[in-house]
Write a protein that binds this ligand. Structure first.
Ligand code: SPV
Ligand code: MN
Length: 624
């Protein structure tokens, strides 16, 4: 018997050995055997796609104290360590083989020493613990989009989260036979104290692009540990760039137009800019809220949701603004809350939930009371600003019927939006795919909010809202996006949206609910139902079309003065934005394609010409 099989046979019970070897995949077997040797796991549980195995994981999470059973059926709560509440960007690195260069903006470590370091932290990390081996599929099952994945973890919380967020992949592995083409993730929480990872200073997330393999250790927070989420996105961006498709940090939404028409939109927004709430727009249907793959099929661009669940920010989810999610969070269905406040009756509470919060309870800091501070003197809020909920989209009443379609859905439009108080109009169509990619997606910025560390209102560059996850140089990523629609007769239209325009007194010019109108206008544009006005920056709605949409869908009388204030083309701000973004592509990116600079030049030329002919601020009624 070969060494691999020997290791497996020694550690796995007969039942679990059978489950693993029923998948005849030497590369996967080697991966598991190596993990057993490395981590010294006491036992191994191999999960199939069965409900019984999912149930085992759920029970283990509670039994081991990683989740607390709440009073509503299916609800549990998990706490991450006080200093383990978000993605650790600084310690997430690409393992860089000799001779390769990812550009200065991607965080990397020389491969040999990186592997040595992370493996030394994983060494014996599962002694006395059970190793879970799980199989999932990115994208729908049995689809051209499917990417099989194997996840090894000692955390039933991570396994439970993945079983909510991803489609089971055990049967998919059976189908791929001995193919080496799959993603691999190994995670260990490391040493624990009070049910949380203790050695946060040794928290590491290291990514091996050559091997499609990610190591994660000494952390629990989902963004660092749920392999199929942002860790797989990094592997997928690299794979997509080699194979000519796109992996994007985007929601996918079915926008419902006149008659029974459904037009699908995908959209990218940096954190806390309305991405999940756009994917959940009232009266529309959701495919996904976080990650989408795009492929060319039969002359069309099709997209899928890589996931089947939502790991969403819970802050400000309330019955008025997010009725469907709020309903799921307060009724029996499978939900993992994380880093919320639990009162003494085990009821979860969070900031912005629309009702008064208790003044004491248990949260990520342990026993909590109003006014509690940490050892640095920072006030600890009732729930963490990045507290989350994890649930199945299948449990939401607005799920789109095509969510699991292996063909994907046709992408009618792409939307890019950030938090922008003074530059972009609420909605605008790009003149072309190229202009959309460069002037909207690759020019995306977002203003920091009070919720993030540091100064408020600082614009941060975040191309396609994918900057954190890029695994290839920025210029190459942009070029892939540009080239993607080659040979496609009618590429998706690209739009920018801006929900955050303010007037001079700092007051928002729009209600939150108005975003529905911008998407429904885009829906009409994709289908050629309405004309648009040409501005120096793109194509904007005509007043009459918006007034009709506002009346019909929100029962609002949209006034001309509002339209003028919102859709005035702000030339100085647009020029300043071009300058800021161009500076980044000149100074920080070494492989910017020339077409990016040419497109910036053209855009600048149009703005300057309009300013010279008219003025700095051009009302939409004065467009020529
Ligand atoms: C995001 O931050 O974009 C998320 C959550 O979707 S995380 O899993 O942390 O990436
Ligand atoms: Mn995300």
């Amino acid at each position: 018997m070969c060494k691999v099989k020997e290791i497996l046979k020694e550690k796995l019970t007969e039942e679990h050995y059978k489950r693993l070897t029923a998948l005849d995949n030497p590369r996967m077997h080697e991966f598991v055997a190596d993990a057993i040797e490395l981590t010294g796991a006491a036992s191994v549980y191999v999960c199939t796609d069965s409900e019984a195995d999912r149930d085992y994981i759920r029970r283990q999470a509670v039994k081991l104290g990683e989740e607390i059973q709440l009073n509503i059926k299916g609800h549990t709560c998990h706490f991450d360590g006080y200093n383990d509440q978000a993605r650790d960007k600084a310690r997430t690195k690409y393992l860089l083989p000799a001779g390769s260069d990812l550009g200065a903006s991607l965080n990397s470590i020389e491969k040999h020493s990186g592997v040595e370091e992370v493996r030394s932290f994983l060494k014996d990390s599962m002694v006395g613990r059970e190793m879970l081996v799980l199989f999932f599929c990115l994208g729908p099952i049995d689809s051209d989009f499917s990417i099989p994945c194997v996840q090894i973890t000692d955390s039933p919380y991570v396994a439970h989260s993945e079983s909510i967020l991803y489609r089971g992949g055990y049967e998919q592995f059976r189908k791929i036979g001995s193919s080496p083409d799959f993603f691999r993730f190994i995670h260990s929480e490391g040493e624990m104290e009070n049910n949380v990872s203790k050695n946060i200073d040794k928290r590491r997330v290291y990514i091996d692009l050559e091997e499609d393999l990610v190591y994660s250790v000494n952390t629990q927070y989902g963004g660092n540990t749920i392999g199929l989420k942002k860790l797989a996105l990094r592997l997928a961006i690299n794979k997509a760039s080699q194979d000519g498709w796109l992996a994007e940090h985007m929601f996918v939404l079915g926008a419902h137009g006149p008659g029974r028409r459904v037009t699908y939109f995908a959209g990218a927004f940096p954190s806390a800019c309305g991405k999940t709430s756009t994917s959940m727009l009232p009266g529309q249907t959701i495919i996904g809220d976080d990650i989408a793959y795009f492929k060319k099929k039969n002359g069309m661009i099709k997209c899928v949701n890589v996931e089947k669940g939502i790991f969403g920010i819970i802050q400000d989810v309330n019955p008025t603004d997010d009725a469907i999610i709020y309903n799921a969070l307060t009724n029996p269905c499978e939900v993992i809350f994380s880093n919320v406040l639990l009162d003494d009756e085990q009821k979860p509470h969070w900031l912005g939930m629309g009702s008064k919060l208790p003044t004491e309870g248990t949260n990520h800091s342990g026993q909590w009371h109003e006014g509690k501070t940490d050892d640095k003197g920072n006030k600890i809020t009732a729930s963490h600003k990045n507290a989350r909920y994890c649930l199945n989209i299948a449990d939401l009443s607005n799920r789109d019927p095509l969510i699991d379609d292996p063909e994907g859905v046709p992408a009618g439009g792409i939307v890019y939006g950030g938090r922008d108080s003074d530059t972009w109009v609420p909605v605008e169509e790009a003149f072309s795919w190229e202009e959309g990619i460069i002037l909207k997606g690759a020019s995306l910025e977002s203003e920091t909010t009070a919720a993030t560390l540091g100064q408020e209102g600082v614009r941060t560059f975040n191309l396609m809202s994918n900057l954190d996850f890029l695994s290839i140089p920025l210029g190459r990523y942009i070029q892939n996006n540009l080239d993607f629609v080659n040979g496609i007769e009618k590429p998706p239209l690209i739009f920018s949206v801006n929900y955050f325009l303010k007037n001079k007194d700092g007051k928002y010019l729009n209600d939150m609910a108005d975003k529905l109108i911008w998407i429904l206008w885009a829906e009409l544009r994709v289908n050629g139902d309405v004309d648009a006005l040409v501005t120096p920056t793109g194509l904007i709605p005509k007043y009459e079309d918006l007034a009709e949409l506002f009346k019909k869908h929100l029962n609002k009388n949209y006034m001309k003065e509002q339209y003028i204030e919102q859709f005035t083309i702000r030339i100085p701000q647009n020029l300043a934005k071009l300058e800021r973004v161009e500076k980044i592509y000149t100074e920080k990116v070494s492989d910017t394609p020339q077409i990016v600079f040419d497109t910036f030049d053209e855009a600048r030329g149009r703005l300057q010409e309009a300013r010279d002919k008219q003025s700095d601020y051009i009302s939409p009624f004065d467009l020529e």
